[in-house]
Design a protein around this ligand. Structure first.
Ligand code: ANZ
Ligand code: ZN
Length: 831
């Protein structure tokens, strides 16, 4: 058999994978007893096979997990499957494979890929969202939310993707298109289940400040997504009736510039309009135009034309008493604030445009500088804060102060109050699809209404035999055997809810289940979770910033309020890895620039594949795939192999060097220094900075030093080379774990490298042995001398006196005093 690395790598890697498995080397204790580290990577959707983005994400996590283990932590490093979702159902529709089989096959294949890559997962804790022992706890948690009013049903206009034939959450609409299939999203009215995300808006926002270990970019995205807005709700009285209209405004200071109000076309106030009137007719026409516009689908709620109709209603401004017309307009959203605004065209761009279009008055009430005279109409809206004019008692006040004063007046008069609004909406979780968690409620045919499935009847199992044709709406709704049931309350005939949950529900809490994955009585044991949590490092894509990374924070807060966890936040440190690119663009099937991990493993092995993904870029940056780079990583490992294998027997037999052995020999000292400096640097890089590319460079430099060393190899060199080789083996463990184990064993290391302690740098080897010392004569710098770091004072003085340039300053003088700061400075006082 050839002794080339290339020919052995496959067998070698499989051999160590088997050893790890037999030794249960990746198993986490049930509960940690000492220092713990929960290292987590976002779980994959089992689409069929791994792509390089997965490999990169998991190589980063695995390097940290292995490193922490060697540093002495008890490590929890689990893996599972986000295995509900539409691709499984689409495969069923297109190819006639049942989603359960398709999913199971994919999990088997991808699991094999993960094992072949040598990732150190505790496979005993593997979970899969589509298995009843997992999704029953989705149902259980849903019922707890239902009890507390955190889950509710409501008829809403929803985002509807025609090609996926499903409802989409706002978060799943990107620029008006479906996040998954990229087709244009339309709107529909449907009864939906919602989770009350909005109940936690403020907590989700405020606690962002308590996440210093999260990337600034993610915190910013979430802050904008939550969208807190501080303003006031003002009550305008309806003329010719006893109703009123409430508007939300952030610019109370501009209220005397309000020249009309606008309500959303769905606003309840409009019910007051007499049916059959001209206003009612044009309102109906407006609504019809809006529906048509939505169906031809324009990106996410943005309306190009500001359309509106005069409703004929009038309201009175509570501050100035002016009578204002009420319009209905398509740019006012029913779901935000009060669904109504006071329009101030002089100071708001949308209102300005609307006023110009419909010939409504414009009245300036804010000027930039005190004393400036307003000219109406202005050429454009002046939207900045300024100084109030034409505002009665408030004239001359700055905007900020005017807002406070007017709010106080409004509160005293009972017509205004401070109000905070958030853009974050409740989370629509209903999906009219098959491959998801059934929502555990029953609709009674009698008078009980919507009834929760009792806990004892969980899980509500997903039936296997359903028509998956892609037509006719929800497959569950077409499955009579599933739908038909009895009411848990009255025993009468009833129908099951046929919506399934958004798969983001699964990933909102799955990481708690890893702590206690086989618990059959509850989602997890709170004490076990308390021992493992929080997650010390979570690694995944930044594209989850406003999706999964908000949902899982929300679930944690809900669970906290249910008494299931005692944390406010689940993740201490978040790392968002960059993308894997080829030719400058993200690898994708459609671009045809995919590099297949299987192919890389076949050609180079798992170690090289992992090493390259770590080496080619810092974790947060995008990584450009480059075949030469892969070759380079392979050759590096091959050189390590070639250096160690022929000497293995001799090195195994050699004793380790004593602490300061070799200090007097430039070659040996240089190698030992390099070894200890490399240990120190890599430890710091991984532990403090989470850098994984620089450690690879450091190891390459160490190899160079070892190669230099063996160029003039002598008989007594073995201890030094052994020290270097063992350090190389241990330091490689996080990144190229298989060759690490092999070299470790060849050099006579005991047990698994993975189970060995991380090497410690000996501080006495960390500095160079020679230093340049500035030499002063009577306090003035006259030159430098190069001395051994621990040289005696007399030797340093002698060297300085021997230096031509320094000696000239001492000529004819006698030395009165010598001050020597060892290794730093020599001052010879002479006169
Ligand atoms: C009067 C005004 C005068 C406004 C002015 C702005 C400038 P943010 O900051 O995003 O919260 N608004 C309120 N509810 C709305 C709705 N349902 N649909 C559309 N627009 C709505 O925006 C708050 C401002 O957006 C509010 O302040 C209101 O217009 C408008 F010089 O009130 B403002
Ligand atoms: Zn009933």
């Amino acid at each position: 058999m050839s002794d080339e690395y290339r020919d052995q790598v496959d067998a070698l890697e499989r051999r160590w994978q088997e050893r790890w498995r037999v030794a249960r080397a990746f198993a986490a204790p049930e509960r940690p007893s000492g220092r713990k580290f929960y290292c987590l990577e976002m779980l994959p959707y089992p689409s069929g096979r791994l792509h390089m983005g997965h490999v990169r994400n998991y190589a980063i996590g695995d390097a940290v997990a292995r490193f922490r283990r060697m540093r002495g932590d008890q490590v929890l490093h689990p893996m599972g499957w986000d295995s509900f979702g539409m691709p499984a159902e689409n495969a069923a529709i297109q190819r006639g494979i049942h989603p359960a089989r398709w999913t199971g096959d994919n999990i088997a294949y991808m699991g094999e890929q993960l094992r072949r890559l040598g990732f150190s997962y505790d496979w005993d804790r593997e979970i899969a969202a589509h298995r009843p022992d997992f999704y029953r706890w989705n149902q259980w948690l849903f019922l707890r939310m239902l009890e507390r009013g955190l889950a509710y049903r409501s008829r809403r206009e929803v985002n509807w993707c025609d090609s996926c034939r499903t409802v989409l959450a706002n978060e799943q609409v990107e620029g008006g298109r479906c996040w998954r299939c990229d087709s244009v999203v339309g709107r529909r009215d449907l009864d939906q289940w919602f989770l009350r995300l909005s109940a936690y808006s403020e907590a989700l926002l405020a606690d962002l400040d308590r996440l210093p270990g999260w990337p600034e970019a993610v915190r910013l995205i979430q802050q904008n997504w939550i969208g807190r807005s501080d303003g006031a709700i003002v009550r305008f009285t309806l003329q010719g009736g006893d109703g009123h209209l409430e508007v939300f405004t952030t610019r109370l200071d501009t209220i005397r510039g309000a020249t009309f109000c606008v309500v959303a076309p769905e606003h309840p106030l409009l019910e007051a309009i007499a049916p059959g009137s001209a206003a009612a007719a044009s309102l109906e026409a407006l609504r019809a135009r809006m529906r048509a516009a939505r169906e031809s689908a324009r990106p996410g709620g943005v309306v190009a034309e500001k359309e509106g109709v005069d409703t004929g209603l009038r309201v009175r401004n509570p501050f100035g008493g002016e009578s204002l017309p009420v319009w209905a307009g398509n740019f006012v959203l029913m779901g935000y604030g009060t669904g109504a605004i006071m329009a101030v065209p002089a100071h708001d761009e949308r209102d300005y445009e609307f006023a110009i279009r419909h010939g409504l008055p414009i009245r300036t009430v804010i000027v930039k500088t005190p004393g400036a005279t307003p000219v109406d109409p202005p050429p454009a809206a002046m939207t900045d804060d300024g100084v109030l004019v034409r505002s009665g008692a408030y004239d001359g006040l700055a905007s900020e102060r005017a807002r406070a004063a007017m709010r106080a007046a409004g509160e005293a008069g009972g017509f205004a109050r401070a109000s905070v609004q958030y853009r974050l909406l409740d989370w629509g979780i209903s999906r009219q699809r098959y491959w998801g968690t059934p929502i555990p409620v029953i609709h009674c045919g009698g008078s009980c209404g919507t009834v929760a499935v009792p806990d004892a009847d969980l899980p509500v199992l997903l039936p296997e035999d359903v028509p998956l044709t892609g037509t006719g709406g929800s497959p569950l709704a077409q499955t009579e055997a599933f739908v038909r049931t009895t009411c848990p309350r009255c025993g009468g005939p009833a129908r099951r809810e046929t919506d399934t949950m958004d798969t983001f529900v699964d990933s909102s809490w799955y990481f708690y289940r890893y702590c206690d994955p086989r618990n059959a009585a509850r989602p997890y044991d709170p004490a076990t979770v308390a021992a493992w949590f929080p997650i010390d490092l979570y690694i995944g894509g930044i594209n989850q910033a406003h999706l999964h990374l908000i949902y899982c924070r929300f679930f944690t807060k809900v669970m906290r309020d249910l008494g299931l966890v005692s944390l406010d936040e689940p993740v201490t440190r978040l790392l968002c890895q960059g993308m894997v690119l080829k030719g400058g663009t993200a690898m994708s099937k459609s671009k045809g620039n995919i590099v297949d991990p299987d192919d890389m493993i076949r050609r180079y092995g798992a170690d090289t594949t992992r090493l390259f993904t770590l080496f080619a870029a810092p974790p947060e940056k995008d990584l450009e795939w480059n075949e030469q780079g892969v070759e380079g990583c392979f050759r590096f490992l091959e050189k390590v192999w070639r250096l160690v294998t022929p000497r293995a027997a001799a090195l195994r037999a050699a004793p380790p060097p004593g602490p300061r052995d070799g200090a007097g020999d430039a070659r040996r000292a240089s190698l030992r220094r390099k070894v200890h400096q490399t240990i120190a640097r890599i430890t710091l890089d991984i532990e403090r900075r989470l850098h994984l590319n620089t450690p690879v460079s450091s190891l390459m430099a160490l190899l160079n030093e070892m190669q230099d060393f063996v160029r003039d190899e002598g008989p007594a060199d073995a201890p030094y080379l052994k020290e270097a080789g063992r350090a190389m083996a241990l330091l490689l463990q996080p990144m190229a774990p298989h060759i690490s184990e092999e070299i470790w064993a060849l050099l006579g290391g005991e047990g698994l490298a993975l189970q060995h302690a991380w090497p410690e740098a000996d501080p006495s080897w960390l500095q160079d042995d020679f230093v340049e010392i500035p030499v002063q004569v009577s306090g003035r710098l006259r030159g430098h001398v190069r001395v051994a770091r621990d040289a005696a004072e007399t030797d340093v003085v002698a060297l300085a006196r021997g230096d031509q340039r320094i000696a000239t300053h001492l000529e004819g003088k006698s030395v009165r005093k010598v001050v020597y700061l060892p290794g730093r400075l020599l001052n010879i006082v002479a006169g």
